[in-house]
Design a protein around this ligand. Structure first.
Ligand SMILES: Nc1ncnc2c1ncn2[C@@H]1O[C@H](COP(=O)(O)OP(=O)(O)O)[C@@H](O)[C@H]1O
Ligand SMILES: [Mg+2]
Length: 280
């Protein structure tokens, strides 16, 4: 049994419908999505491209307002961005190129007036050290590899001590080996800092490795297909039978075959994966 603080979930997403309206048409991005993220969760939004993962993350960040339904952080409805919710994106250009690595990490601390210059510098160096980039403090971002840029973005976000770290496919543009290393480093940072993570990916393997819970979304418009516990899997489980089994189970949820879909050994499955399957 996992113990949760009695004061409720940190992020509560209730019946969220997200729509985009252009002059010509209206696009529904998510349909009636609900989920709760508890403090310390590594909560994954998993689904195919276009199912509304980024839209949900932006709504949690306060960058867009759902057409209906609501998102609340510790009981307060989210209406705008805030320094307690820091984002890390996939793109390598999220660091202003005219600031050094150190200045990049210091910037949100200074802009939000959370710290004096001296404090910001100390905190920034501390987190650069944590992501292994202390020696690169005075380097300009264009000198860094993609993986190093993502480490800077992570250090910058964590330096703010956010209540929630929001990550939108942060490793998707990296080569496979770097991606693996970054997953490992993120988990090590989580062990130390115990931040609450909301992480978007379209990779089943990444979801199982990085996450403690996975919300499986259907193709466009995204609806909740299932919510799955996966805290039992770590980086060393990649090849294991239980891991393959869970991956297969999620694959079948994402890509159901037409008509009746025979699920292989469903009795056994629940031993590995505790899933609540929502009707769609
Ligand atoms: N700014 C926008 N204007 C119009 N449609 C958008 C906009 N952003 C996203 N969409 C549409 O909303 C749907 C969900 O997009 P998105 O949240 O980016 O999905 P994902 O991150 O899962 O790939 C897609 O059909 C996409 O084309
Ligand atoms: Mg996206």
């Amino acid at each position: 049994m996992t113990m949760h603080p009695s004061d409720g979930p940190l992020l509560q997403v209730s019946n969220v419908n997200i729509e985009y309206r252009t002059r010509e048409r209206q696009v529904r991005a998510t349909h009636d999505v609900s989920f709760d993220v508890w403090p310390g969760d590594r909560f994954i939004l998993l689904g195919p491209s276009g199912c509304g993962k980024s839209s949900l993350l932006k709504a949690a960040g306060g960058f867009l307002t759902p057409r209906s339904g609501q998102l609340s952080l510790a009981g307060s409805v989210i209406t705008s961005p805030g320094p307690e919710r820091m984002m890390v994106f996939q793109e390598f250009d999220q660091l202003p190129p005219w600031k050094t690595v150190l200045e990049n990490v210091m910037f949100p601390l200074l802009a939000s007036r959370k710290a004096s210059r001296a404090e910001a510098k100390e905190t920034a160096l501390h987190f650069l050290h944590k992501v292994g980039l202390a020696e690169f403090a005075d380097v300009m971002p264009h000198m860094l590899s993609g993986g190093m840029k993502q480490r800077v973005a992570i250090a910058r976000a964590l330096a703010m001590k956010p209540r929630m770290l929001l990550m939108d496919e942060p490793f998707a543009a990296l080569d496979a080996l770097t991606r693996r290393t970054m997953q490992e480093e993120l988990l090590a940072l989580w062990e130390e800092e115990r931040f609450t993570l909301l992480f978007v990916t379209h990779s089943i393997e990444e979801a199982l490795v990085v996450g403690s819970r996975i919300l499986v979304l259907s193709p466009h418009p995204g609806r909740v297909r299932a919510e799955i516990n996966c805290h039992q899997f770590g980086l060393n489980d990649f090849g294991s039978e239980a891991f393959q089994h869970a991956a297969r189970h999620i694959h079948d949820l994402l890509f159901p075959t037409n008509g009746a879909s025979p699920s292989p050994s469903s009795g056994e499955e629940t031993a590995y994966v505790a899933a609540t399957v929502h009707p769609s």
